[in-house]
Design a protein around this ligand. Sequence first.
Ligand SMILES: Nc1ncnc2c1ncn2[C@@H]1O[C@H](COP(=O)(O)OP(=O)(O)OP(=O)(O)O)[C@@H](O)[C@H]1O
Length: 457
Amino acid sequence: MNEIPRPVLLVLAALLVLIAWRRWAPVSYWYLLVFPRKAVWLRWTWRHVASGCGLTKKRHRWWFTTVPGLIASTGVVRVKRRFQRVEVDTKPWMGLPRPTRNGFRITFHLLDGQIPDDYAKVCERLAHAWRIEAVRVVGSRPGRVTLQGITADPLAHVAPAMPPAEPSGGWRAEDLLRPVVGVLETGAAWRMDFRLIPHWMNAGATQSGKSNLISALVVGLAPQPVALVGFDLKGGVELAAYADRLTALATTRAECLDLLSDLIAVMGARMLACRRYGVRDIWQLPDASRPIPVVVLIDEIAELFLTADKAEKDQVTRTATALLRIAQLGRAFGIHLVLSGQRIGSDLGPGVTALRAQIGGRVCHRVNDPETAVMTLGDLDPDALVAARSIPPELPGVAVVTGSDGRWYRARSGYVSTASAEQAARTFAGLTPSWAQVAASGLGHELPCESSPELVA
Ligand SMILES: Nc1ncnc2c1ncn2[C@@H]1O[C@H](COP(=O)(O)OP(=O)(O)OP(=O)(O)O)[C@@H](O)[C@H]1O
């Protein structure tokens, strides 16, 4: 039998080592083997890529040749003299690519007249030119923009939601109302920042991951001094598991309306307190007098707006008005809304369009029809709509979200099993404020009743 030549064996062994390295240690494989080659290639091809993506500018340059008659670099000017003023494409200056776990980051110097949005608009073109999954603008400062290239979709893996901190005050003051609920495709933590964006809309088709996001929110907020209020129109099946950490839970439409009225009364009391202290919102109040922030979680908002007969119509109108008031005034008084539903559009009834206009935070999971994506993300970049519509069903929890920088990102909520959600609610049950605490909140005066002239004012 013929023996396999030694060099062939060596090549085969090297190949096997590479395959095993890539399979079992993909991160070091990327950092040590793939990234250095990629970085050289990125810089080598940058002029062509920038020109193809429309990021170059025409500049006049002096050009010298010892052989007149050559074709100039633009390919169209025939050179007659040795010194010539020619028009050339100037590319933006590219910094050294820096590796990250899932790709690389590069900072560019903007050419005169360029803004970071010019780069945001061509991210898809750049991703194709660089043969990678996606490109995103991740930072900018005067004259500079930083892009992140993503080589493999980090959202393809299921990651558990952040484990709750210890009950012994394991949260940092700057994280108050800024829970981490998942991961962005850039690899950064996905925070739902209620201090910056007070109200959030959480839309998506059935089984797209809306309830999981609510669970991740509960897990993230449970260790914080925050009151959680649940509206679960699915008869309580979604939120009942967190009952230990909820200050109030409404499961029927009548209960929801009562709870909304109570919240408006609380808001009225906070308004009076702010006026008494001469401040514009509760965050300017002295620490001892600051009321407890309230996060209102509404699962399946459409149920709140469905009407079967005339009698229910009045109930729905009052519900819509109450929600709108909270959405308009809640930020200053520490009352935040998270509205979840399959569609949050005008077809639900009057008032929904006005309500939607007040909700700045948008989370759009997989949708079945383009209209729902437009409804949820309407005023964002059209690319965000395309990204939302291309979320596959086998990636539940993946969504297109508004970032605190006003840009959109793909993100995936941290997976929360029923057991871990119940565990978090039980662990932090002791931090659940009573309704009386939420209503009084150290302001030292009685709640005005709903018909009080001061509240109406
Ligand atoms: N981030 C995630 N990672 C992994 N699995 C997830 C994630 N989010 C949701 N899932 C899974 O997807 C399935 C559907 O999730 P979920 O119940 O949250 O969807 P939904 O949009 O609320 O559905 P419905 O509207 O029917 O209640 C569940 O089995 C859940 O465990």
